[in-house]
Structures are given as C-alpha cells and as structure tokens.
Design a protein around this ligand. Structure first.
Ligand code: NZQ
Ligand code: ZN
Length: 378
C-alpha cells in the first residue's frame, strides 16, 4: 500500500454552528458570499450567515445553477477582481461549492479558467474558501475535486487540485429540513456510489479501507430502510456525516478505484440534464452486471458484509437497485426523456475526454458502455 493523504478542511458539525463564521473568517477580509437559486433565503440559512458576518464587509453573488457553469462563475470572477475580494464563502450544495472552487482559482489566473477543466493548465494558487453546507451528497465540502460545466459546448468536466480544499466546512444538519425528498434520495444514492467507486474493484489487503467503506454502506442501507424517518434529526445527521466521509477520498487512499459510473453519468447530465445522482443510478447496476467477472470478489464481499447475501452476486446487484428504488431514485434510463442519440452522444463525449478504457483494469471500453446503456434503456 502506498498513498499520500492530507485533508486540511476543518469540519464544524452540528446544529447552531453557522454562528462560528464570525470567528472562522478574519474580519479584515472582504467576503464574497455565494449562493444558488435562493433556497437559503427561505430556510433561514441566509439570515444566519448575514448575522454571523455582521462585523465583516460582504458582497453577494447569487444564481449559481445546479451543475454550475463557467459562464455563470466567470461573472463572479469579475466581481472578485473589481471588489478586491479576499475570501469566498460558498453557501449551498455541491453545485455552489464546486462553482466556488472554480471561482477561487480562476480569479487568480490570467488565462481562461476552463483551462483547468480541459487540462491545459493546473491551478497554482487560489483565494481562501469556506463552506456552509446545505445539502448532503457530494462530499465537495471537504475534498479537492471540482466539477463544472461549459454550457456553450454541453461539456461537464472535472479536475483535482489541493488548492481547492475549503479552509472549513460548516455542516449543520438542521438546515436540511427544507430539502425535498428527491434531493434526500439523490444524496443517499450519490454517497452510495461514491463508496462503491472506491470499493467495487478487485480484492485488496487494506483492512481499514474495506472496513470503513462497509460501515458507510451499512449506514446508507439503514437510512434507506428507515426512509420513513427521513425528516428526523438523527436521519439527517447521519446522511450528512456519511456523505461527507464517502467522498473525502480517505476510503480510496491506497486502493484501486473505478470512477466509470461517474464518468458515464456526467455525460448523461451534460446532454440530458439528469440530476447527478440519478445519472449514476441508471448506470451502476448495469455496469456491475457487465463487469461482473472482474468485480466478482468485491461484489460478493459487499453482499456478505453489507447485505447478508452469500454466493449470489445477481442478488447483491438487485439489493443495490432496491436501495435506490426505496429512496425514490429510478434505475433505468428509460424512466427519463432522452432521444435515440444517447449512446452516440455519450460515447463521443467519452472519446473526446479520453475515457475509452475506464475501470480498475482499464477494460471498460466504449463497446461495454454501449451495452450498459442499451440494457438501461430497455
Ligand atoms: O440553488 P439552491 O437554491 O441552493 O437550491 C438547491 C438546488 O436546487 C437545492 N438545495 C440545496 N440545499 C437546500 C436546497 N433546497 C432546500 N433546502 C436546502 N437546504 O438543491 C438543489 C440541488 O443542489 P446541488 O448543489 O446541485 O446538489 P448536489 O449537492 O447534489 O450537487 C451536485 C453537483 O455536484 C457535482 C455534481 O456533478 C453536480 O454538479 N459533484 C461534485 C463532486 C465533488 N466536488 O466532489 C462529486 C460528485 O460526484 C458530483 O459530481
Ligand atoms: Zn457523485
């Protein structure tokens, strides 16, 4: 085993933590408060943030869309420069946070920020970033991954940079009470797939990674089984905690990973605007079926240690599907409106982005992607 892991994001977890903003950000720093479509104005989060920052000079930027675009975030880049902003505070879910990760880097970069996404340039520096998380799903609040889109060319791309880690993430689960069932279900599925992508590969000897991943899986299964309790404090707390742990990349450190479900899913979102988690749920079960031989030992291990299923990998894949269905997330692409160009669009985009041999063994080819999507559309 060999890995480097350094996660500098301070976590402030629990009800009432938003008021800590007053001390987490130096009052001498001019703050840009960034948010999305306004949900924070309806649930009191905005008021709590403004109150906590009453001794700070703040400027606001709103309107970050779901699946944030460079088109929108470049408007914020302009504001950061004109207003001489020192600190960016993202208040929202993965979209606002990722938009801000791009923003803090693009604002200090002379060229076009899309360079980070298409791999032309690496981030060299960034403004400090803080997060008030309002939706549990992506883990973006304490990881170094940024996913943004360019509307103009229907592309959704990502990059890793250690300059993207937020300085702190305030995680108050009580702010999740205004999430819709759809967003809660999406969050649970996204966290399940994040754990899977760092686990469902080939056997390894890393007891910590497998053991912790299985703990996260069991937690998510329990939350799906107690879906009727989803409005309770305990349920929301656990989803927020698990989703965070599922993608701070600790369970993936030093073990094989396979992010192909995400890579395929991102293209479905880019073309057909499926919610992120929903794009994953229509890919993963079929990908596991198609790649069942490569992944057989880990699927069996998941079955035994998480679902209590022995010697029946088809039943394990069915059990995963049931988890998603229990929280209202469909597992067939045919449940959505697409068109007859799905396979062509997705495979073309994967080719353009260089993802023609995905998976832990580099053998998830475009042919296999075609099979996976065909099965999902039936
Ligand atoms: O725009 P606002 O008003 O904030 O409303 C949002 C949005 O409509 C709403 N919402 C958020 N908190 C709320 C709330 N509504 C009521 N009450 C609250 N407390 O929820 C909607 C969805 O928000 P969004 O931020 O888009 O959801 P999510 O956190 O799932 O983020 C999805 C984005 O993250 C990317 C996805 O690709 C997608 O672009 N990902 C980022 C990752 C990362 N950086 O590590 C990894 C993931 O795999 C993923 O790719
Ligand atoms: Zn995800």
């Amino acid at each position: 085993m060999q890995f480097s892991y350094h996660n500098p994001t301070a976590i402030e977890f629990g009800a009432g933590q938003i008021k800590k903003l007053s001390s987490l950000i130096d009052p001498k720093q001019k703050v840009l408060v960034v948010y999305g479509g306004g949900s924070i104005k309806k649930n009191g989060v905005y008021d709590q943030v403004i109150k906590a920052l009453e001794n700070h000079t703040i400027v606001e930027f709103s309107g970050v869309e779901v699946n944030p675009t460079v088109e929108t975030m470049n408007k914020a880049v302009k504001i950061v420069r004109e207003e001489k902003i020192d600190f960016v505070l993202a208040v929202g879910g993965g979209s606002v946070i990722d938009g801000c990760k791009y923003l803090v880097a693009a604002a200090l970069y002379d060229g076009d920020g899309w360079d980070f996404l298409d791999g032309t340039a690496e981030v060299q520096k960034a403004l400090p970033l803080g997060v008030v998380l309002t939706l549990a799903a992506t883990g973006s609040e304490s990881n170094n991954l940024t996913v943004v889109s360019k509307k103009e060319i229907d592309e959704k791309r990502m990059y890793f940079s250690n300059h993207s880690y937020p300085q702190f993430a305030i995680m108050d689960p009580s702010v999740m009470v205004t999430l819709t069932d759809r967003q809660l279900g999406n969050g649970l599925v996204d966290a399940f797939v994040h754990t899977s992508e760092q686990y469902l590969t080939y056997p390894n000897t890393a007891l910590v990674n497998d053991g912790y991943a299985e703990t996260l899986f069991r937690g998510l299964v329990t939350l799906a089984d107690t879906w009727e309790d989803r409005r309770t404090k305990e349920w929301l707390e656990n989803l927020m905690h698990i989703a965070n742990q599922a993608l701070n990349f600790q369970i993936g450190a030093g073990v094989p990973q396979d992010w192909s479900t995400h890579l395929i899913g991102h293209e479905l979102t880019a073309y057909y605007e499926l919610d992120h988690a929903r794009s994953l749920a229509v890919v993963q079960p079929f990908l596991l079926e198609v790649m069942g031989e490569d992944k057989k030992e880990k699927i069996a291990q998941l079955g035994k240690n998480v679902f209590g299923i022995e010697n029946d990998n088809a039943a394990v894949i069915k059990a995963i599907t049931n988890v998603y269905n229990k929280v209202g997330v469909p597992t067939k692409l045919s449940a959505y409106e697409t068109d007859d160009k799905v396979i062509e669009n997705v495979t073309k985009a994967l080719t353009k982005n260089g993802y023609t041999a995905m998976g832990e063994n580099g053998n998830i080819t475009l042919e296999k992607v075609k099979t996976i999507l065909t099965m999902s559309m039936k």
